[in-house]
Design a protein around this ligand. Structure first.
Ligand code: PMV
Length: 296
């Protein structure tokens, strides 16, 4: 039996702009997907058929093999699907590593990352590569497409304790559709987002709460100008800002209804909890910058 787990991710800032060559800052979150592969006599073809159809060809192509011995695939996940927490990257990464182990191949993180990026292309069309890097390597990731990623120091505890995630629900639009909606015409906004990502890195390093709040607010405004935050979610974010906090979508967002998970920050996080309760939305805390993919 082979067991591999991978964390989800959030975008602290830089989503969408990262597709256009700007840096993004991401963190692995302590919600994990666990994949278990065990040998069987005959595979159940109905079991996770679509996922197998995407992942197995990637493995076969890389290893130049025609068949994989039958196996049973079990997936358990704490990551809400399609909500900006990188569930597709996490599932793909854990499954790819497990399958490589299953056929007796000694993998390393670089290989799993490379093959997970191939899977992300099938899921999302034109991914930046940020999601797969974050779920595979873990920690905090500063990433610009086409460049080696960097691992900045972790978020100081006095800031880390004040982040809360609110789940606004699964967006009606897919990541692929949202990425296609955003275009190079937002170049000026992407430039500003790049500046904000760099400032965010410094605010985190210095533990500067006021700066952090201002940057998240400005970054969210830019995302709204790109059209990736629905009106209903904008009104929740305004409530959080009016209460002294900041919030932003994390990931592709949504145009019409829910936008997935909101990354929220408040010097008094209980205020965010009360806003979530008043909106009948789930909220949760999770550690940011946790360990990446690992064999269990
Ligand atoms: O929706 P998610 O969690 O897969 O995040 C997408 C992030 C984008 O920047 C919009 C796309 C990308 O590939 O980086």
């Amino acid at each position: 039996m082979i067991k591999v787990s991978a964390p989800g991710k959030i975008h602290l800032l830089g989503e969408h702009a990262v597709v256009y060559g700007k840096p993004a800052l991401l963190a692995a979150v302590d919600l994990r997907v666990t994949v278990i592969l065990s040998p069987v006599i005959v595979s159940d073809q109905r079991e996770r058929g679509n996922l197998k159809k995407i992942i197995e060809p990637i493995i076969k192509k890389y290893l130049k093999i025609k068949t994989i011995p039958p196996y049973r695939l079990e997936i358990s996940s704490q990551i809400p699907v399609g909500s900006g927490l990188g569930s597709s990257a996490a599932i793909s990464a854990a499954y790819i590593a497990a399958l490589l182990s299953y056929v007796g191949y000694k993998w390393d993180l670089n290989l799993v990352n490379e093959l997970t990026f191939e899977a992300e292309k099938v899921f999302h069309g034109n991914p930046s590569g940020g999601d797969n890097i974050t779920v595979v390597y873990g920690g905090l990731i500063y990433y610009t497409k086409g460049e080696p990623f960097q691992s900045p120091p972790s978020i100081p505890p006095k800031l880390a304790k004040n982040f809360i995630l609110i789940n606004t629900g699964k967006p009606k639009e897919t990541t692929k559709e949202m990425v296609e909606m955003v275009s190079v015409k937002f170049r000026k906004i992407f430039d500003n987002q790049e500046q904000l990502v760099k400032e965010l890195l410094l605010a985190i390093r210095d533990g500067n709460e006021n700066q952090l709040i201002q940057i998240i607010r400005a970054g969210e405004k830019n995302l709204e100008s790109m059209g990736v935050v629905s009106k209903s979610v904008q009104s929740i974010i305004r409530k959080i800002e009016d209460s002294g906090g900041a919030a932003k979508i994390c990931g592709a967002g949504g145009k019409t209804g829910p936008t997935g998970v909101l990354l929220c920050y408040h010097p008094k996080p209980s205020i965010i909890q009360n806003i979530a309760i008043s909106q009948h939305l789930d909220y949760f805390r999770t550690a940011l910058g946790v360990e990446g993919l690992r064999q269990e």
